[in-house]
Design a protein around this ligand. Structure first.
Ligand SMILES: Cc1cc2nc3c(=O)[nH]c(=O)nc-3n(C[C@H](O)[C@H](O)[C@H](O)COP(=O)(O)OP(=O)(O)OC[C@H]3O[C@@H](n4cnc5c(N)ncnc54)[C@H](O)[C@@H]3O)c2cc1C
Length: 402
């Protein structure tokens, strides 16, 4: 019998964990389990723990670089080569009719190629506005250049008003202005087009973030929409929509994210370019059977790793049902019920502001700065990184009696 490929696209928080789960729990329970092969495809050989980027970009002393960047193949070395292949490549197109994808190698020893899939999990996430905050071929160079500039910058502009912008502003402010780590202080300005910081959080919680930012020397300017930004030898030139021009030594954009879906036909995308995902089953109904979207790339996700805790069980449970039905010769005629995705819409977000303070909400409740520090600000949750990488975060099997 020919091999049935289960292909996972993207080795971020969603792709890594779902690939581990499928290898640990799904395939061993399927009839003729040796006919399945898992492919994990990702453009970089390392997983970048981007959640900790606002602190790890500043110095290797603050976040251990061997956890900030972890080798993907090593994390999967526990599985036999007959079951698993990591392809360092970028998917360039998918033909949903022939159920095949094209990939472009990003590593000299791997050739470009075509791969047919029996099942597909698309977890390609989003592209951030700066390579500092997501894994790209330029990320390591961008981090070094950021550190070089930070060593002498007197005037720094940060664009954005969401958690990434607030976190990087807080870390830089704390580093330069409170701890005097570079032996010079800097004027740091956060420019946001909105009238408040942190759109997800309550007004009073967001106001607290501004107070903490001020305490590390960061000034917030509201209703300041950035129209364009360029850099040259003399520094950064930021132009506001109002026409005002601002010059600074450094400009750091943290102004949102766009889904990585350029390889998919428009027929399976929403107007915002997310993957049009069934909000209950998490299947991509327009892409044929056994195709799922998981994580930030999915139209069903509110965004954030917290939601993966509930999304991954739905994807792996329904995928297993699909695979069992196919193996039993029932095609996509499933018996019993799918597991349904029910997003937790209560406000939850933790935003450290510097190394000792932070604001946040958990399930709709405001939480004190000390708790934000204990949950996230202490180490930016880097201690969970190894569990995503070696699969220990997926040790527990999901029980579903649908
Ligand atoms: C600075 C920062 C701090 C954050 N802090 C938090 C937090 O505290 N709590 C929280 O819940 N969320 C946080 N987030 C959001 C969180 O990081 C995302 O929700 C999470 O990364 C989404 O995981 P994902 O696997 O869906 O996508 P990603 O982590 O973006 O992974 C997608 C992967 O797919 C790969 N890929 C892209 N295109 C292709 C292609 N064509 N072919 C193959 N592979 C491809 C990418 O290279 C990447 O490795 C933060 C984000 C940032 C940037």
């Amino acid at each position: 019998m020919s091999t049935l490929n289960i292909v996972v696209l993207g080795a971020g928080f969603a792709g890594l964990q779902s690939a581990h789960y499928i290898l640990q729990h799904t395939i061993p329970q399927l009839p003729k389990s040796d006919t399945y092969h898992v492919y994990l495809i990702n453009p970089s050989k390392e997983f970048y723990h981007m959640v900790s980027a606002p602190r790890s970009v500043i110095s290797d002393i603050l976040i251990d670089p061997s956890i900030a960047f972890m080798d993907i193949a090593k994390g999967f070395s526990q599985y036999p080569a007959s079951n698993f292949t990591f392809l360092q490549a970028s998917v360039s197109s998918i033909d949903t009719a022939s159920r095949a994808l094209q990939y472009t190698s990003t590593e000299p020893s791997v050739r470009d190629g075509t791969l047919h899939y029996h099942a597909l999990v698309i977890a390609t996430g989003t592209a951030q506005s700066s390579p500092l905050f997501w894994q790209t071929p330029e990320t390591k160079t961008a981090r070094q250049s950021f550190r070089d500039q930070l060593a002498t910058a007197n005037n720094i502009i940060i664009g954005g008003g969401g958690p990434v912008a607030v976190e990087i502003a807080g870390e830089i402010g704390d580093h330069l202005n409170t701890r005097n780590a570079s032996k010079h202080k800097a004027t740091i300005t956060l420019l946001t087009s909105a009238s408040k910081l942190l759109p997800v959080l309550r007004e009073d919680v967001a106001a607290h973030a501004e107070t903490y930012l001020n305490s590390v020397g960061v000034t917030v300017r509201y209703n300041a929409k950035i129209a364009a930004a360029t850099t040259d030898k003399s520094g950064a030139h930021v132009k506001l929509a109002s026409g005002e021009e601002i010059h600074a030594d450094m400009y750091i954009p943290a102004i949102g994210a766009k889904p990585n879906t350029g390889f998919l036909p428009n027929t399976v995308l929403t107007p915002s370019a997310h993957i049009d995902t069934n909000a209950s089953s998490l299947r991509v109904d327009g892409a044929g059977p056994r195709v799922y979207a998981l994580g930030d790339v999915s139209s069903a996700s509110p965004g954030g790793i917290l939601h993966l805790t509930n999304m991954i069980p739905v994807v792996v449970t329904n995928l297993k049902r699909d695979l069992e039905a196919f193996a039993a010769g029932k095609g996509d005629q499933l018996s019993g019920k799918d597991m349904a995705w029910v997003p937790d819409v209560r406000k939850s977000q933790f935003v450290p502001v510097g190394r000792s303070k932070g604001v946040g909400m958990l399930f709709g409740w405001k939480i004190p700065s000390l708790i934000v520090w204990a949950i996230k600000g202490r180490d930016y949750m880097i201690s969970f990184g190894t569990g995503y990488m070696d699969g220990t975060s997926m040790k527990k099997e999901v029980v579903w009696k649908g």
